[in-house]
Design a protein around this ligand. Structure first.
Ligand code: AMP
Length: 207
């Protein structure tokens, strides 16, 4: 199963992707985490990405597509994976489709996490306040001005992917304003809909 978790920054993609990973045993691929790890290591990719990530801008498509192409070759991706924060441009979405098509695979579900902008801003302020309280470092891109820039990047560069997946009939909307557990429950309904459909049908046939 290949799942794309789609939504604006701070819509809860990371939290839900971890839960999908645990529940379905598929790999969790977060390009944001991979880029932050590359930055921390000071690798070539990290050096190229640092200023962009810190400033809330996107890293070039070829770099991110390269990271994903390499990552999905790992054995833990054979059963499937959940993509968190990728694709983020139409170019990346097309690149992903081409990459998977070459392996006779395809994205199964695109889960769109719908959250109001005011709520996103509130969440990020809370996230920064929590980190400060615990004495943990605050993500530079969670700074309020940079976060607003990330929202702008989402609208201008990421949201235009949606019509592509809409045309493929793959978008499943979830209400991301609900509690974490309620969002997880909505996602589970989506991801097990195939199985559920069958069991309802078999129950009906054996009535
Ligand atoms: P995230 O943790 O998903 O919010 O990503 C943090 C930052 O990493 C983004 O604001 C971008 O600078 C960079 N990034 C993550 N994923 C991508 C991607 N698919 N394409 C380009 N840049 C990305």
């Amino acid at each position: 199963m290949i799942v794309v978790l789609f939504g604006p920054p701070a819509s809860g993609k990371g939290t839900q992707a971890k839960r999908i990973h645990e529940r379905y045993g598929i790999a969790h691929l977060s390009t944001g985490d991979m880029l932050r790890a590359a930055i921390a290591q000071g690798s070539e990719i990290g050096k190229k990405a640092k200023a962009l990530v810190d400033g809330g801008q996107l890293v070039p498509d070829d770099i991110v597509l390269g990271i994903i192409a390499e990552r999905i070759e790992q054995p833990d991706c054979a059963k499937g994976f959940v993509l968190d924060g990728f694709p983020r441009t139409v170019e990346q979405a097309k690149g992903l489709d081409a990459m998977l098509g070459g392996k006779k695979r395809a994205v199964d579900h695109v889960i769109l996490m719908e959250v109001d902008e005011a709520e996103l801003i509130k969440r990020v302020e809370n996230r920064a306040a929590e980190a400060k309280k615990k004495g943990e470092p605050v993500r530079p891109d969670d700074d309020p001005e940079t976060f607003k820039k990330r929202l702008g990047v989402y609208k201008a560069q990421t949201a235009p992917i949606l019509p592509l997946y809409e045309a493929q009939g793959k978008i499943r909307r979830v209400d991301g304003m609900k509690s974490i557990d309620e969002v997880t429950a909505q996602i589970e309904v989506v991801l097990s809909s195939g199985k559920q459909g069958k069991s309802v049908l078999s129950r009906w046939l054996t009535r």
